[in-house]
Design a protein around this ligand. Sequence first.
Ligand code: LER
Ligand code: MN
Length: 259
Amino acid sequence: MYRVSFVIPYENNEKLERYASLMSSLGYTGIELGIKDPSLLDPEEIKDVISKFNLVVPALGTGRAFTEDGISLSSKEKSIRDNAVKRLMSHIELAEKLSSMVIVGLIRGNVYDKEGINYVKALLKDICQYGKGKGVRILLEPINRYEVNWLNTIEDAYNFIREIDVENLGLLIDTFHMNIEEPSLASSIFRFKDLVLHIHIADSNRFYPGAGHIDFKDIFRILSSIGYDGFISAELINKPDIETAITKTIRFLKSIILL
Ligand code: LER
Ligand code: MN
């Protein structure tokens, strides 16, 4: 039995309620939120909507801080790095209230030299310590080379986590990125299983599962063999529209696994 969630970029409570209602009626148990700046939101209002539909928020996405506000942990400018830390701390504060994990994906930024890598290493360690004090786990996500220029493979992210050496930092693996970067999706999951805390699914074209050529049956076989008990969270290009993507995803999953 897997718990399934769907990633939505949070815009307002009205839309959140609409998507939460649809997801809950279809059998989702989680809704993952991509939030640009949590300090601008009322956590209690979000909590109310989520619990009304018996959903939980397995993870909070932070990438919009990079794509929309241009802030990153690797920036050469100290004020931008400080902003990235501040932003991630506010994600952690919201995550504490929602019992979520916090994703560090694009917000790490691109690196061009050793200095950039060292900034991220030191700041991520601080962020993890802050999360630890609040009982929040942090997820480092390997992302494909066309979106960010380092930590593209699971192996690279795994080794980086080992170097940082804090207990509340794990891996978020994403089938879309894996399809570009990994030699074999199933073997990579198996090799790095001890740090896998969360999974994003999308098909090879980033549309809903079943729309491309990723072998999801093979992925679920390996997840079952390693005893993965986290969420399966769909993060998609929502075409032709989000309602269709939400519906087709869970229909496909129900056709290949027990939900
Ligand atoms: C974030 O989870 C991700 O996978 C990136 O591709 C940014 O969208
Ligand atoms: Mn992802």
